[in-house]
Design a protein around this ligand. Structure first.
Ligand code: ADP
Ligand code: MG
Length: 262
């Protein structure tokens, strides 16, 4: 079933001195309920802008973004959980009370919040760190807390903007495996931004490849491998073939931009 529709979306930013940046040009996309969608593309192609539009943090210059499924609009809670590129935890709050924050803001009662917070810390593998402060946690652990926090008010849609971009390669692999496990357990609809082809192929049901000048969708690729996937699987021929196709699509976009003088 279709959770969300993006129709003919354009987004233009004013870059001062009468200069405009066309961050998104005629973006059309449907997001299926329960899928893991990845937005992939080079820096500046509008990934963050599209994610912020999906999350309602920004509005389109023209076009529309709509929830289609009524199951996504339950109670008064925000239908969105957002994980930003940098962990944005409150330094004076423990891991648990950071996780409880969004539930707090959504008006969920204290006892329920606490129970849910502990269950979520358990889900992200941090049940022994509930009373630690962010400074006492590694970067990977902080992003796990951010993920738990994003899930705390039980939103149907989880949006993640390069959440593991600042982590070293090995920690990132571990986090991707963990994220897949968490997603398989929670079955949220997920939209995940990355500029890493490998990360995209590992995580995605569908990959939306974006291109720059102006920011737009270049191609959409399905990844039909069974789950749970392992990091070793990305070396298998079928995975490599998809990565190769994505690299070709990226190259084609680059060449087109060069021909157009962009
Ligand atoms: N608030 C803003 N004001 C002006 N320009 C912006 C703003 N946000 C993004 N842009 C521009 O829009 C384009 C797309 O940016 P962004 O969505 O951040 O791309 P990505 O996340 O793919 O790197 C870039 O050219 C960027 O400079
Ligand atoms: Mg970005």
């Amino acid at each position: 079933m279709n959770l969300m529709s993006v129709r003919g979306v354009n987004k233009t930013f004013n870059a001062g001195e009468n200069r405009e940046v066309r961050a998104l040009d005629n973006v059309n996309l449907t997001i299926e309920e329960g899928e893991f969608l990845v937005l992939l593309g080079p820096s500046g192609c509008g990934k963050t802008t599209l994610l912020r539009l999906l999350g309602g943090l920004e509005s389109p210059t023209s076009g529309s973004i709509e929830f289609e499924s009524s199951s996504s609009i339950h109670q008064d809670r925000s239908p969105i959980g957002f994980v930003f590129q940098e962990a944005t935890l409150m330094p004076w709050r423990t891991a648990l009370s950071n996780v409880e924050l969004s539930a707090e803001l959504s008006g969920i009662p204290a006892a329920e919040r606490r129970e849910r917070g502990l269950a979520l810390l358990d889900l992200v593998g941090l049940s022994n760190f509930a009373d630690k402060y962010p400074r006492e946690l590694s970067g990977g652990m902080q992003q796990r807390v951010s993920l738990a926090r994003a899930l705390a008010h039980d939103p149907p849609l989880l949006l993640m903007d390069e959440p593991f971009g600042a982590l070293d390669a090995q920690t990132r692999d571990t986090m991707n495996v963990e994220l897949q496990r968490i997603w398989l357990e929670s079955r949220k609809t997920a939209v995940f931004v990355t500029h890493s082809i490998q990360e995209a192929v590992f995580l995605a049901d569908r990959i939306v490849l974006m291109a720059t000048g102006p920011g737009r969708i270049q191609s959409i690729t399905e990844v039909n491998f069974p789950r749970p996937r392992t990091i070793e699987m990305v070396e298998e021929p079928e995975f490599r073939e998809i990565a190769r196709k994505l690299r070709l699509d990226m190259g084609a976009a680059h060449d087109r931009a060069a021909t157009l003088g962009g």
